[in-house]
Design a protein around this ligand. Structure first.
Ligand SMILES: Cc1cc2nc3c(=O)[nH]c(=O)nc-3n(C[C@H](O)[C@H](O)[C@H](O)COP(=O)(O)OP(=O)(O)OC[C@H]3O[C@@H](n4cnc5c(N)ncnc54)[C@H](O)[C@@H]3O)c2cc1C
Length: 471
């Protein structure tokens, strides 16, 4: 075996997963087809849960630095600093649980540095072309500048993006819906007057700062590759009715709202995470949140199984927990597509949704829908909320009055058992992969390495939770 786990793809999800595996004490190896990191400015932000996941690993200050620039760019390009549902910009920020605006290349650089500091090997210009699965491992067939190589590992995880090969090579199904809408966008220089941004009878024209984009109903036979100035000008004219001259399109993107999800995230020793497991429209900026949380969920579990601390059946909880989270995002992005489609009936529906969003409870509902903070995992033992929910970061006060953050105790990737004064004797139950933190300012709880609350309550329940997640 060349590694315990081969990760195919050094995108944000692959890099974060590899770092999590390393924290879990096993040997990951990342294979990436590109010789150099991608510079494409796709995502411009990560949601609340991904921000918290990275903060748990000590990356909070770096995210905060990037956020300043990202927030400015977001407000400039969207014409509003507020979050949106289907481009209705009304979502109020949650100051207790903030998201982060960070451009994808900056995020990838940050995660590459994090993985590197942990000693994760990343082999670039290594394209996986085939995989061979056996009972005790997986072999990746890899095209490299030195010729073909065979790289063996106990497990292989496809983090190779929406168009990745691992999914089909391993025989996963990928059911879902075909595109309803298609968007062309980029940093555009116009050579003449620009029509007003807004919804038109046949689509939407977006224009803010240097960004411009046009959304229309999807058509068969869409071309691939970079968007040309002529193509963009023709699309803008179709939608707005105005003739425009486009001088240049930089950082162009074309994307649809096709929504698909793998029918499982594991087939034997091959697993999927990130866009490889689910694709959907970028509306509401949820792809990275979903993918990074897949990595957070899978990393410690796969490490525990490879270390032999827990049986392989633990890996089944990965899809049980993350499958519904992915389905929830597909559902809300489909709803957003319905609200972004052209036509007077949709105009009327948008007005009603916009009015609803003025109600504080509805505003919160839409924010939670996009952030996923109220998405609760189904556990193999009965428990009530907050068990199954991701914990926010919070202040902890010890017996001497010293204040720390929960995230100060999670950098090593172990679990955390927070014990109030009445439950200190339960510390004896903790295994070596659980740090015990005595506190005076909150009730006792157990945190899994992925930040999910696994227990509150009595001794018997704690034993059950520790057995289930730490062995
Ligand atoms: C226009 C646009 C805007 C977006 N905005 C947002 C946003 O604001 N917020 C958000 O959260 N998400 C957004 N997204 C989605 C986000 O970009 C993706 O969810 C994210 O890139 C997924 O990360 P990933 O690591 O799963 O896959 P990717 O980033 O696609 O990385 C996959 C990696 O695998 C490599 N690879 C592929 N095949 C192979 C192979 N055979 N062998 C080796 N390596 C291989 C690729 O080169 C790549 O480096 C947006 C997407 C688009 C298109």
């Amino acid at each position: 075996m060349d590694a315990d786990a081969v990760i195919v793809g050094a995108g944000p999800v692959g890099l974060f997963l590899a770092a999590e595996l390393r924290l879990g004490g096993i040997r990951p190896l990342v294979l990436e087809r590109l010789a150099e990191p991608a510079t494409e400015r796709k995502a411009r932000g990560i949601g609340v849960l991904a921000t918290e996941a990275l903060t748990r690993r000590g990356l909070g200050p770096r995210l905060a630095e990037a956020h300043e620039e990202g927030e400015r760019d977001f407000a400039r390009d969207h014409g509003s600093p507020l979050g949106h549902f289907a481009n209705i910009h009304k979502l109020l920020p949650d100051n207790e649980r903030p998201r982060t605006h960070i451009w994808q290349p900056d995020l990838e650089q940050l995660l590459a540095g994090h993985a590197d500091a942990l000693g994760v090997p990343v082999r670039r210009a290594h394209r996986v072309t085939a995989i061979e699965s056996a009972v005790d491992g997986v072999t990746a067939i890899v095209e490299t500048p030195q010729g073909e190589q065979r790289i063996g590992a106990a497990y292989l995880v496809g983090c190779d993006g929406g168009r990745g090969k691992v999914r089909s090579l391993a025989g996963f199904g990928f059911p879902g819906t075909s595109p309803l809408l298609r968007t062309l966008a980029g940093q555009v220089q116009f050579a003449g007057p620009v029509p007003p941004a807004g919804r038109y009878a046949d689509g939407t024209f977006m224009h803010g700062g240097s960004m411009a984009g046009v959304t229309e109903l999807a058509r068969d036979g869409e071309p691939d590759g970079p968007v040309t100035p002529a193509e963009l000008a023709a699309a803008i004219q179709r939608v707005t009715g105005d003739e425009v001259a486009v001088a240049e399109v930089r950082n162009s993107r074309r994307f649809t709202d096709q929504a698909r999800q793998a029918d499982d995230y594991r087939r034997g020793r091959v697993l999927l995470a990130g866009d490889a497991a689910h694709v959907h429209s970028p509306s509401g900026g949820q792809g990275l949140n979903l993918g990074l949380l897949d990595a957070a969920n899978l990393g410690w579990k796969l490490a525990a199984v490879v270390r032999g601390d827990l049986p392989e059946a633990l890996l089944d909880s990965y899809f049980r927990e993350r499958g519904p989270a992915g389905a929830a995002v597909l559902r809300n992005t489909r709803a957003q597509s319905a609200l972004l489609a052209p036509g007077p009936h949709v105009d009327a529906l948008r007005e009603i949704v916009a009015e609803l969003m003025d109600l504080p409870e509805a505003n919160r509902y839409f924010s939670d829908l996009l952030s996923g903070v109220d998405h609760r995992y189904e556990f193999p033992y009965p428990a009530e909320e907050p068990v199954g929910l991701h914990s926010p970061d919070r202040s902890l006060v010890d017996d001497d009055g010293q204040v720390s953050r929960l995230s100060d105790h999670t950098r090593t990737g172990r679990g955390v058992l927070v014990l109030d004064p009445e439950n200190r004797d339960l510390a004896a139950l903790a295994t070596k992969r659980v740090e015990v933190v005595p506190v005076t300012n909150t009730e006792s709880f157990l945190l899994r390495p992925d930040g999910v609350i696994a227990w509150t309550g009595g001794e018997a329940e704690l034993k059950t939770a520790l057995d289930a997640w730490f062995g």
